[in-house]
Design a protein around this ligand. Structure first.
Ligand SMILES: [Zn+2]
Length: 60
């Protein structure tokens, strides 16, 4: 295995999908490669936390 360069679907920037991350994904049974860079993933996570804080009963 080797590091892969992927393009983030949110910001369009290239990011590295490292061997370590690939192994982690494989161990978790994920077939798909990440679609977003770490920054965008963190941003989305933070936004979701915010939404959940505002409406705790909301289900996605
Ligand atoms: Zn991004």
């Amino acid at each position: 295995m080797e590091d892969k360069v992927l393009v983030c679907q949110d910001c369009g920037k290239e990011f590295i999908f490292t061997v370590g991350e690939q192994e982690f994904y494989k161990a978790k049974g994920f077939d798909n490669e990440p679609k977003r860079c770490k920054e965008c993933r963190d941003k989305r996570k933070a936004q979701r936390r915010l939404r959940e804080a505002e409406a705790p009963a909301a289900v996605e």
